[in-house]
Design a protein around this ligand. Structure first.
Ligand SMILES: [Mn+2]
Length: 249
């Protein structure tokens, strides 16, 4: 089979809310990867794949071994795996690139695929008026803070990280569940940017609610949702883009 398809998926939140349910979700994701591996030319992971990830110079967090192994194998066989950092898993160093062969993206990017312009990213931080989020985000990403955090004992660092992750998820999910439509920051951003940047397709995650919306006359905004409940992904087959749901068992 010719590998022609490009897949977009986000927000697995591996590790949350507990080990047992995360393991079940990992099995579901692996079944999905099995189902697409013969057709996948590229896979875009759009952030918050891990509920909390912090990578030290010589260490990575435990867990998701089968998931990472499967993707490493696919990468070795020529599938390009892109990893966009989310607000839960931004603390990447070189492991995903050097060990697994992924392409790491720290922020959203415009990427041309088959002659179409895609804006691809996690989807956080698009509300330019949200100064608090911007400040916290730049603090979290700063070299000084990351360096200081790395000096904590992992038992303390991961307790703090998981606590923060849970708080962040709870604060977002309340908003995510109400469909804000016109007032939704990602939608507003797409409306303001599509003409200037000549975007055909906006693809984001973060919002935990899958959607496929028209932006202006010809652009579209697809949100790929999450995998705690919905298990959705977007498929580009070379000519059209479609939001799909993975049916597991
Ligand atoms: Mn997120």
């Amino acid at each position: 089979m010719k590998k022609n398809n490009v897949y977009f998926v986000a927000d697995f939140h591996f590790g949350s809310p507990d080990k047992a349910s995360s393991r079940e979700r990992e099995k579901k994701v692996l079944a999905w990867l099995d189902s697409i591996e013969d057709s996948a030319r590229e896979i875009y992971l759009l952030g918050d794949i891990f509920d909390f990830w912090f990578e030290y110079k010589d260490l990575i967090p435990k867990g998701q071994t089968r998931f990472l192994g499967k993707l490493a194998q696919m990468a070795d066989r020529g599938c390009r795996i892109h990893f966009f950092c989310g607000n839960h898993d931004m603390w990447q160093r070189d492991y995903l690139e050097e060990e697994l062969g992924f392409v790491l993206h720290k922020t959203k990017e415009i990427i041309e695929i088959d002659g179409k312009r895609f804006m691809i990213g996690h989807g956080d931080g698009l509300d330019t008026k949200d100064k608090k989020y911007k400040l916290i985000n730049s603090l979290f990403k700063s070299r000084i803070c990351t360096g200081l955090f790395a000096t904590l004992h992992p038992r303390l660092a991961f307790a703090l990280g998981r606590f923060w992750s849970r708080k962040s998820r709870e604060s977002h999910s309340a908003k995510d569940l109400t469909d804000l439509k016109q007032e939704e920051p990602i939608y507003k951003y797409c409306m303001s940017a599509h003409k200037k940047l000549e975007i055909d397709y906006f693809i984001f995650g973060h919002r935990h609610l899958a959607c496929d919306m028209h932006i202006g006359d010809h652009a579209r905004y697809i949100n790929v949702g999450e995998w705690l409940n919905q298990s959705c992904f977007a498929l580009w087959n070379g000519t059209c883009l479609e939001l799909q749901r993975f049916e597991y068992r």
